[in-house]
Structures are given as structure tokens and as C-alpha cells.
Design a protein around this ligand. Structure first.
Ligand code: HEM
Length: 456
């Protein structure tokens, strides 16, 4: 018999966050207001592990003024991601963190509205579009990395960050003019700065103020582009979004497009930057893997990857997956309950915040052998450890909100690595073991200094 899906209470967006009725759930709230935010920022995974040891899979927490539950493990994530009873809101989960800047972004919409809006990306991620992106991306990646050999004190993280910003401006927004690209990048970076602001006041000198200024600039920038993109022949994501139609055949509104475009840049950029940084970190520390990947790329006999090569790069696929297992770009995902429900054996009241940790699932000894070890072959048959639980490996989330740019990110990472491996051999200092940050995104604290040796 079909599962009857209850309608969510339409007022759930108007309800305040619940902070009561959690006494029966183990845990503690840490410092006043800040709660555990500082411990989490210093060592996210260590903090999650500690809480699991003390309190189990569900525990109450407070993080920078938000009270809720840390919920752990693939069984609970299966319930939350599949959400058969429409109990969990992504919009309300991310509203406080992202809402002021990215209201209306895809992750900040729920259920039927989300399904209708997700269609805006339909053509933008089809094979034909992806083939176009790879053609525009390869030369930009190549030009940037060619310039790196001149740099003294080369640090990989800032270099790949600015490279991917240019790729993003061209492919997502269709901007090639350097002045316009600078405007876009500056506005985008201001918004990211604002997201880190703890004091939410629009007062000059505060990060929040910078962020709000960036938001206005970003919106004006996109609103200025939409009319031309609606009729243009471009093959950038913004053009596809402007020309996409809803199920009833009408176009998405300017406001919808602008909201999605801003969020898309945000969702795509830091995540892929972080993934590539960890691929390089591990292959610099494991030269045998670097050589294996280089041999694979050399055997292909092409300076750049074509679309049809992407699925053939087995070694790159394994390293991409392993880097994201150990360092998922989104370290804490959030949801809010819509109505009272049961999670991990506890009754949880409506409007309660939930914090999810993919790294915990990715390192559970029940599912992964030597979980802390870099071992990309764990994804190969017969081991296939990612299949030990259908929600055990979730760097791209799952269910209705599963990352829409997953294949794009995979393609971009492989295109970059292929060219980089052919052009350079790279090393880190002997015994290199950097402090790893997780906030605002996972990366080595020292930005990953590399010694580059040009080989082709
Ligand atoms: C390695 C790179 C990436 C990682 C690890 C990543 C991770 C994620 C995760 C975990 C989510 C779901 C969050 C949740 O359910 O709470 C998500 C959603 C999303 N991602 Fe990605 N992402 C990456 C790259 C990209 C790229 C390149 C794009 C666009 C081109 C993108 C666009 C989006 C969008 C639009 C959503 C919201 C989807 C929805 O709500 O339906 N991401 N991503």
C-alpha cells in the first residue's frame, strides 16, 4: 500500500526554534550562548567523537546560540534524508546560518516548492551542457597552473581558490571580461566574509556589514544580467536557468533566478576548493598514489580530459572519494523538525534543530577498516566499504536535497588533477602534518605549501 505522506503544518516556518522538552535526552549545553561552538571550530571531529563516547548517537547541544541535537550515524541519516513523513525542514535548518544572505537558494526551500524550483537546474546539468563546460574549463585551469611555476612560496589553497573563482565566473555566470569578473568575485567574497560575522548588525566595520554590502552588489549584478540571458545564446549555467521553464511552461521569475544564482556560486565554490586541496594534500604525502595517478593520466595520452574520459579515470575517482570521506566539505549539515517525531529512540519535539556530522559516519569502525588511514582502494571491489550502509558515505548528502553539482564537482576535480599531474610533480616537506581546519571550510591551516617541479 502506498505510504500516505502527511502535509507539513504550513505554519512551521513561523514557529520559533524549540529549546524545551529535551530533558530526557542526554547531553549538555556548554558555555552560555556560545555553547560548544569554540570546541567545534577547533576540532569538529574530535568534539563529535567525544560527545558520542559520552552520550551516544543523540545528544543535546548548543552552538552559537542555537539549541538542538547532535544526531549521528547512518541509520538516523537514512530516516532524515528519506524523510517519508515530511518531518525535517532544510529551510529552517539552514535559515539562521545562511538565510540572511542566501534566502531562496535551493537548500533553503522545502518539499513541493523545492521540487518545483530544483527544475531550474534541469538543462544546466544535462550531458550536452556538461560537455560545453568542460571545453571552457580546461584552458582556464591550464593557464592558471602554468603561472604557478613562477611563484616562490607557493601555497596550493589560495591558488586553487582563485582559479576556481574564474572558472565559476565563466561557466556559471558566463562572464569573461576581467573587470566584471573582479566585480563578481569581490561581491561574492564579501558575502562569504559576512557569513562569518558573529554580531549580526549592519554597522560599518563589522563583517555583517561587509556581507550585506556584498549581497546588494551580487543581487544588482545578477539582476543586470538576467534580461540579456533570457534571450541570449550563451552556454553558461545562468543562461540555462533564465531559459528553463516550470512544469506549467512559464519561466522562473527574475527574483528566483537571482536567488538561485547566488546560492549556486556559494554551494559550488568552497566545497570543490576544499576537495581539491585534500586530494593534493594526500597525494603529496603519498607519492606512490601521486605516481599511480600520473601514470594513469600519461597512459591516456591526452593533455586534457574530454567528457567521455571522466568515468575512465579510476585512480582519480578513488582519490576524490577518499579525500571527501576523510574531509567532507560540508562538515555539519542541519535540519529542523517540523512536528514531534522519534529519532534514535527519543521523542523529539517540533521545531528542534538537528546537527548532522558526515565525518562521524565516514569513520565508523563498523563500516570502514582503519578509518583514519588514507586508503582509496577501500572503494574498490571486493571491499567496497561505502556500500556497507546505504547512508554510510554521504559527502554530497542524500534524498531530495542531494547535491545537484556532484557530477560537475567530480568532473572539475578530475580535469584539474589530470593537467596538474602531467605538468608538475609536487611535494610537501618531510613529515608534513598540518593542523586541519574545518570552519569555515576544511583545509590545512597553513594553506598547503607545496614544492612544484615542472615536468612537461
Ligand atoms: C566537492 C564538491 C561539493 C560537495 C562536497 C558538495 C556537498 C553538498 C552537500 C552535502 C549538499 C547537501 C546539504 C544538505 O543536505 O544539507 C549539497 C547541496 C547542494 N549543492 Fe553541492 N557540493 C559540492 C559541489 C557543488 C557544486 C559544484 C555545485 C554546483 C555546480 C553544487 C550545488 C549544490 C546545490 C544547488 C545544493 C542544494 C541542492 C538542493 O537543495 O536540492 N554543489 N552539496
Amino acid at each position: 500500500m502506498a505510504h500516505a505522506v502527511p502535509d507539513p503544518n504550513p505554519d512551521y516556518r513561523l514557529q520559533p526554534e524549540n529549546t524545551r522538552g529535551l530533558d530526557h535526552i542526554p547531553g549538555d549545553y556548554g558555555l552560555p550562548y556560545l555553547g560548544h561552538a569554540i570546541t567545534l571550530m577547533n576540532d569538529t571531529h574530535g568534539w563529535v567523537q567525544q560527545r558520542h563516547e559520552r552520550y551516544g548517537l543523540v545528544s543535546k547541544v548548543r552552538l552559537a546560540g542555537q539549541t538542538g541535537l547532535l544526531v549521528l550515524g547512518p541509520d538516523i541519516y537514512q530516516q532524515i534524508y528519506l524523510d517519508r513523513d515530511r518531518n525535517f525542514s532544510a529551510e529552517m535548518g539552514y535559515k539562521r546560518q545562511l538565510g540572511a544572505y542566501y534566502h531562496g537558494g535551493l537548500l533553503l526551500r522545502d518539499f513541493d516548492e523545492h521540487r518545483v524550483q530544483r527544475r531550474i537546474f534541469q538543462t544546466a546539468f544535462k550531458t550536452e551542457a556538461m560537455k560545453g563546460y568542460i571545453g571552457s574549463m580546461n584552458p582556464v585551469l591550464g593557464e592558471h597552473m602554468d603561472a604557478w611555476q613562477q611563484q616562490r612560496d607557493f601555497h596550493f589553497f589560495p591558488a586553487i581558490k582563485s582559479t576556481l573563482l574564474e572558472v565559476g565566473s565563466r561557466i556559471f555566470i558566463g562572464i569573461g571580461d576581467p573587470d566584471k569578473m573582479d566585480l563578481l568575485t569581490e561581491a561574492f567574497l564579501k558575502v562569504n566574509e559576512g557569513l562569518l560575522g558573529l554580531i549580526r548588525k549592519d554597522i560599518p566595520g563589522l563583517r555583517w556589514h561587509t556581507g550585506m554590502k556584498g549581497k546588494r552588489e551580487l543581487r544588482n549584478f545578477f539582476f543586470g544580467l538576467v534580461p540579456q540571458r533570457r534571450t541570449g545564446q550563451g552556454t553558461d549555467m545562468l543562461t540555462y536557468m533564465c531559459q528553463e521553464t516550470t512544469e506549467d511552461g512559464s519561466h522562473f521569475s527574475d527574483e528566483d533566478i537571482v536567488q538561485h544564482a547566488g546560492f549556486l556560486l556559494f554551494a559550488a565554490h568552497d566545497t570543490t576548493t576544499s576537495a581539491l586541496t585534500h586530494m593534493i594534500l594526500h597525494t603529496a604525502r603519498h607519492p606512490e598514489w601521486q605516481e599511480r595517478l600520473r601514470a594513469e593520466s600519461q597512459a591516456l595520452g591526452k593533455p586534457v580530459l574530454d567528457y567521455d574520459d571522466i568515468d575512465r579515470m579510476e585512480g582519480l575517482e578513488l582519490v576524490f572519494r577518499e579525500a571527501l570521506r576523510l574531509h567532507p566539505s560540508v562538515q555539519i549539515m542541519t535540519r529542523r523538525t517540523i512536528r514531534e517525531c522519534e529519532i534514535g529512540g527519543y521523542r523529539v519535539p517540533a521545531n528542534t534543530m538537528l546537527f548532522l556530522s558526515p565525518t562521524f559516519s565516514h569513520t565508523m569502525p563498523e563500516y570502514w577498516s582503519n578509518p583514519q588511514q588514507f586508503d582509496p582502494e577501500r572503494f574498490l571491489p571486493p571491499r567496497e566499504e561505502h556500500k556497507n550502509h546505504s547512508f554510510g558515505y554521504m559527502p554530497f548528502g542524500g534524498g531530495a536535497h542531494k547535491c545537484i553539482g556532484m557530477h560537475f564537482a567530480n568532473m572539475q576535480a578530475k580535469c584539474f588533477m589530470h593537467q596538474f599531474l602531467l605538468k608538475y610533480r609536487y611535494r610537501v616537506a618531510d613529515g608534513y602534518d598540518p593542523r586541519l581546519l574545518t570552519v569555515p571550510l576544511p583545509k590545512p591551516a597553513d594553506d598547503l605549501p607545496l614544492a612544484l617541479q615542472r615536468i612537461a
